[in-house]
Write a protein that binds this ligand. Structure first.
Ligand code: DC
Length: 217
């Protein structure tokens, strides 16, 4: 069974998807991490970020695994490295490239085959798994999302203003919404869940209840 969790950055997708998968004992697929991994390998190998054919070939040629909450590429743990600002920036052109998205769609479908999976991203319900048993689009107000990101950054010891975060966030949202292929949008049959003021556990409870209504687990 497949449950898709899409939505903008800061809506609480990652923590919700991870906790939901753990609660159900299912696999968790972090597709943002997969795009990040391709960007990291492209920089490592000197592949130009505007060479979409070479990027797609790279995506097809590497092995990305999720092991015990870590992201492992060709046997190396890249979990920390893919979260740096350098990689966040390099990931955008990678995720915008239609041939990379086609390759990712194939890879993600292959990874989920025959498994119970909670998959998280921007296009999982709308493009990659249109027949998923449950499609959720998690969202929250721009202010709430920026506030959460600000707390995270501050906790990491980074000094960055809320205004700067809001500005960068609206630029990212715009890019995600308007990309030619794989634009972030809820699938027609997605359930929209607003997470403003909701603790991650409360969101997970709600999703578990929705899955139980489907007759599983
Ligand atoms: O969710 P994240 O910040 O780790 O995602 C990293 C980048 O990948 C971000 O630019 C959005 C993009 N992305 C995408 O285009 N499609 C997905 N299914 C997941 C992420």
């Amino acid at each position: 069974m497949i449950v898709t969790l899409d939505g903008p950055a800061g809506a609480g997708k990652s923590s919700t998807a991870r906790a939901l998968a753990a609660r159900l004992g299912w696999c968790y697929m972090d597709t943002g991490a997969m795009y990040r991994a391709v960007a990291l390998m492209a920089l490592d190998r000197g592949i130009p970020l505007d060479d979409s054919a070479a990027l797609a070939e790279l995506a097809e040629g590497i092995t990305i695994e999720f092991r015990d909450g870590r992201v492992v590429v060709d046997g190396h743990d890249v979990s920390t490295e893919i979260r740096t600002d350098r990689i966040t920036q390099a990931t955008r052109p990678v995720a915008d490239a239609p041939p990379v998205r086609e390759a990712m769609k194939r890879i993600q479908r292959r990874m989920a085959e025959g498994m119970d999976v909670v998959t998280e991203g921007r296009d999982q319900g709308s493009v990659v798994f249109p027949a998923a048993a449950l499609k959720v689009f998690l969202t929250a107000s721009a202010e709430e999302r920026a506030r959460r990101r600000h707390c995270e950054e501050t906790a990491r010891g980074k000094s960055v203003s809320l205004t700067a975060i809001l500005t960068a966030q609206s630029q990212r949202d715009e890019g995600d919404r308007t990309r030619a292929v794989g634009a972030m949008k809820p699938a027609d049959d997605a359930i929209i869940v607003e997470t403003d003021g909701l603790a991650p556990e409360a969101v997970v409870d709600r999703l578990v209840a929705m899955i139980a209504e489907l007759g599983r687990p």
